[in-house]
Structures are given as C-alpha cells and as structure tokens.
Design a protein around this ligand. Structure first.
Ligand code: ZN
Length: 605
C-alpha cells in the first residue's frame, strides 16, 4: 500500500529544498547553505539552516529538522503520502500507487488546480485579444492599468455569455462547482460564475491559482447572480477545497521578494488596492480579499517580515480589533503599523490614482495602532472647554488601557497628557485592562522570545570535524575513519550509522534519535574548511594518546607483558610522525589498523 519506494527517492532527488522552504520563509545564501527565520518558531534572528545538496534543514533554535517531505508535512499539515504527492506534483513526477483511493483527495486538488489555471489563462487571453474584451480593456485603461499591469497580474475578462468558460474548457459539472468557476443553474445547465466581469485571479503563496475575484463592468447586461439578485460590484470565489480565505493573501506570490527585502508588508483589503500600491512603487503589498485580517494571515506574513502596515480605509483600521492585534504583536514579535489616509480617500486604490505621492507618504508615515487610534480620537475632540478635554482624556485613557505593555502605556499617557494639558496619572487607569492576561514583562529591543538559539555542539573537536567531513565528503574521508576514533557515544552512533549506510538518508533513518539529530545538523552546517588528512591525524593522535596512557598505566602496575614497552615506544614515534605533514599519511596507515585491532582484542577479552 502506498507509494513505490523508488518513487519516493525520485521525488526527493527531484526536489529543490531551498525552493520548497523558500515558499514559506525567505532564505539567504550563506556559503553552501541557506539560512532564514525558522517557520516553526518565532524568532528575530535566523537559526534555520538548509543544505540544498543534502536536502536537509535544521533549526538551531527549536531543533526542527528533516528533509523536504518532513517540511511539507509540517508546514501543510499533510501526512507522509500527502507530502510526497505534493512534492511529486511540483516536480512533475507521476507516482505509482498500490491503492487508488489513498490519493483520491489529492488527485482531486490537482485536478481542480489545473482547471483553475486553464480558466485564468482563458480569461486572460479573452481580455487581451477578443473583440468583446474591448470594453474591459477600455475600463482598465481608464483606471490607469497598462498592458504590463494586465500581464503581471494575469487580469482577465469573463464575457457575458451564460457558459462560455465552461464550454470552452469542457469543464465537468463537479469541477466547475468545486473550483467555483461554474454552477448548475435552475434550468439544470452549467453556467459560468463570473460573467461580464474583469477577473483578478487570486494565487496562493506558491503561485497556484486558487480563486477568482471579479469586478462587474458598469452597464453590463446579464449581471444577476444565481438567485436573480442584483450582482454585487465585487465578487470573490467562495471558499473551496482550493481557497481558504483565512489563509490566502492576494499578491503574496508576487510580493514575497519585496517584503523580505524591505522587512515590511503592506496589507490592504482588495486586489485593486494591491495593484494601486504596486503601481505607486510599493511592491510589498498584499490583500485580505474582503475578509478581516486573521491570525493565520499574521503568522504567514511574519515569516517574511517583522513589520506589518495596515493600509485599510480609515474606518477599517479604526475598527481593527485592537486587542487581537496587540495579542499578535506579542505572540509573533511583529510590529503592526497603520497608514492613515487623507480625509475623503476611500481606499489605497483611490489614492494611488489621485495622488501616488500621498499614498507613498501615507505608507511611509504609518504609526503604531495605538498612536493611530489616539490621533483620530484627539483630532475629533474639541479642545475648547475643560470639560471636552476631560472627556477626551477619559476616552484616551480607555484606549491606552487596552495596550498590554506598561512601558508603552506610560509613554502614550505622557504624550497625550502633554497634548491635552492634563496630568499623565489621569490617563493611566492604575493598571491596564490586560494586566491579568499574563502578558510577559517588557523585553529590551530585539530580544528573542522563548529559548535562545542553542548552538549545541560546535565544530570544535576533531571528531565533530571528522563526522562533518564524513557527511559532506564521504568518498574523501570514509576510508580514513574507523569507529575506534570516536569516543563520544552520540558521535559514535552517528559514525556507525554513516558507515553502515549507502546514503545520508539511510544513515539518518537508521541512527538513534540523538545521532540522527547530529547528522542532520552537520548536514546543514557549513562544510568545514579543514583538510581531511589533518583532521584524521588529530583524531588518531587523540586515540593513540588514550591507548598510550592506558598501556603506560598497565606497565606501571606491572600487569602488562614486557614487550608492551616496545609497543609504547613504537606508538610514541608514530604519534610524532602524525604531527608532521609529510610523515602523517604513512603513520595514519599503520596506526589505524593498530588501534582498530587493539580495540577488537579488548572487545573480545
Ligand atoms: Zn526553529
């Protein structure tokens, strides 16, 4: 049952782990490895390492580790088979199955994605080339969208006809339904879901099309929805097997690089906002597509940047659930800022057209959520009477009290006190409302929550260096090594697993857990810049030293036969030889069998 073993190996071999991980976190090259923020724990400094050649990752902070299959399992909550399938689909490998049903759900998803991709291209072609797309092209030009924008965002045109897409793609009814591309209407006919609409395809972070957004064209004819109700101006696909609104962020597939580079992501509400922001020179923009920002969105975005700027319309940001956002700031070590737009501006798309400089200024001038809320409150408060100022102070105190951090509360209380001409004590309700909610004490800037990254064993000892070489350059170093050279029990197990396996994967699978951890960690660490001969020389030196000490003790106790003195002399000379580069190889050649033989004798006695 399951996937043929050689297919699993083919998938592993065909998978670029850096690309797979890179879809979740930004990785930077560092020598032969790639490093980034760990997707499995919250951190500000990268402890997560990937070795693309070995196909392994390891986190020095939380000890998360594994290969591409493990990574996909843990980041996408898939079982082993599901993860292999996902990677196989990526690599274009067709898996052989013993049991068809096992893969049913996953085949289904692949089928739906394929239909969605074809639909995106069909709509796009229709927009760009067909005569009936002229009206849509005119509309897009009037919005300032040029051909480059149309191509970049794969915009499309859904024509007016009832079932043009479904017919053109020969979509089976179940595929139409499950992708949201179509539905069976009252006359029992398959009908397109999107008609007379400019289509904005929605891709997931990996760049797979999972949903559509559509904007109706003014004056379009058949605009009613399935129930005959008036068609909404904007319409998005419903949640489906492909589309999870609480997870997907429009534009993230394109914005990832800019988000990482700028350390900031700008979150707005709609796809036209994203396009406007990008057009105004703010490429780090994504949209929630009509839903509120969710914790899952924040967790996803945090992997790419430590700073989130909300570019919602003024009311949207004002009503943002402050307590949730403060909670996210604490939990994900993320800073949430709010861009404030000039009065009368509907949304970023609006401002992008009328005043791109103003849009850039609004994003650049984003302030923390509490600051934004206080500014709005105070801007609306009349400053004429003492009573009005007292009311404003009371309202401000309420906002300040919501913040979980005492230092932050005090700072804002001081600022607002100055502006209102009241004493700061009046703005602090003695204690914050959230005091009892177990927030942690304020930490200095840049401090990392949770455990500090533990580096564990560093490549300081000859044995670790040798093991690392055995992992990275097995052909060069394997013939020089023997288990007698390893004294640390974990290192010994790791060496034994390596020596007994044809590949690193086999060794990791065969090793006891601690030794497997060590092998994975070595796999993602920099290849040591060390000469194999010198490293093995040091190991032999150490091992010979141990034997010498033992033999000399035996001689002193007169428990050893007389010819041991001779052996001791011989051994001392070989150790001297080890320390000279020219004599080292010859010394190593005789020492290794000697040490191994002696260990074997002791093992028997
Ligand atoms: Zn980690």
């Amino acid at each position: 049952m399951g996937i043929a073993a050689e297919d699993i190996e083919r998938v592993r071999a065909a998978t670029d782990l850096v690309a797979v991980v890179g879809e979740h976190v930004a990785l930077r090259r560092s020598g032969s490895r790639w490093v980034g923020l760990c997707p499995f724990h919250t951190e500000r400094t990268p402890s997560f390492s990937v070795n693309p050649d070995m196909g392994y990752y390891f986190c020095f902070g939380c000890q998360a580790k594994g290969d591409a299959i493990t990574f996909v399992r843990e980041t996408r909550q898939l079982d082993f088979v599901g993860a292999v399938e996902a990677l196989a689909a990526r690599a274009g490998i067709e898996l052989r199955w013993d049991n068809q049903r096992e893969s049913g759900q996953r085949r289904r998803r692949a089928r739906l994605l394929e239909a969605m991709a074809r639909a995106v291209e069909w709509y796009h072609e229709r927009l760009v080339t067909s005569p009936d797309g002229a009206r849509a092209r005119g509309y897009l030009r009037s919005r300032g969208y040029n051909g480059e924008v149309v191509r970049r965002f794969r915009l499309g045109w859904a024509p007016e006809g009832w079932d043009e897409l479904c017919r053109a793609l020969s979509l089976p009814a179940d595929v139409a339904r499950d992708t949201g591309l179509g539905f069976v209407n009252a006359r029992n006919r398959l009908q397109d879901s999107f008609r007379s609409r400019v289509v904005f395809p929605i891709f997931d972070a990996r760049g797979e099309p999972v949903a559509l957004g559509g904007r109706i064209l003014e004056g379009a004819g058949s605009t009613s929805g399935p129930g005959g109700s008036p068609a909404p101006k904007y319409k998005n696909s419903n949640a489906s097997l492909l589309y999870d609104k609480g997870e997907v962020l429009y534009g993230l597939n394109w914005a990832k690089g800019a988000v990482v580079e700028r350390g900031e992501v700008v979150v707005c509400e709609g796809y036209t906002d994203v396009i406007g922001l990008v057009d105004a020179g703010i490429p780090q923009a994504v949209a929630t597509c009509g839903t509120a920002l969710t914790e899952r969105h924040v967790a996803t975005l945090r992997r790419f940047a430590p700073r989130i700027v909300l570019a919602f319309d003024a009311d949207g940001a004002g009503q943002a659930a402050a307590e949730r956002i403060y909670g996210w700031e604490r939990r994900y070590e993320v800073d949430v800022f709010v861009a404030s737009f000039p009065p009368g501006v509907k949304d970023p798309a609006d401002l992008a057209r009328s005043d791109p400089d103003g849009l850039r200024a609004a994003v650049a001038g984003a302030v923390p959520l509490l600051s934004f809320r206080l500014d709005r409150l105070l801007a609306a408060a009349p400053e004429t009477s003492v009573e009005a100022r007292a009311r404003a102070a009371a309202a401000a105190a309420g906002l300040i009290a919501e913040h979980p951090n005492q230092i932050v509360r005090e700072q804002y209380a001081n600022d607002v006190a100055l502006r209102l001409g009241v004493r700061p004590e009046h703005l602090l309700h003695g204690q914050g409302r959230n005091r009892a909610s177990g927030h942690r004490a304020p930490v200095p800037n840049g401090a990392v929550s949770g455990r500090p990254p533990r580096r564990g064993r560093r490549l300081e000892t000859a044995s670790l260096l040798a093991l690392s070489l055995a992992v990275h350059q097995p052909e060069a170093v394997a013939p020089l090594l023997h288990e007698v050279l390893f004294r640390d029990p974990v290192e010994l197990e790791a060496y034994r697993a390596l020596a007994g396996a044809a590949t690193l994967h086999e060794a990791v699978a065969a090793a006891p857990p601690e030794a497997a951890d060590l092998l994975l960690r070595l796999a993602v660490e920099e290849v040591p810049d060390a000469d194999a001969g010198a490293v093995v020389g040091r190991l032999l030196d150490e091992a010979a030293g141990r034997v010498l000490a033992q033999m000399e003790a035996e001689v002193r106790a007169a428990a050893a036969p007389g010819d041991d003195l001779q052996t001791i002399g011989w051994l001392k000379l070989r150790v001297e030889d080890l320390r000279e580069e020219t004599t080292r190889p010859a010394a190593a050649e005789v020492l290794l069998p000697f040490l191994a033989g002696r260990a074997a004798c002791e093992g028997r006695s």
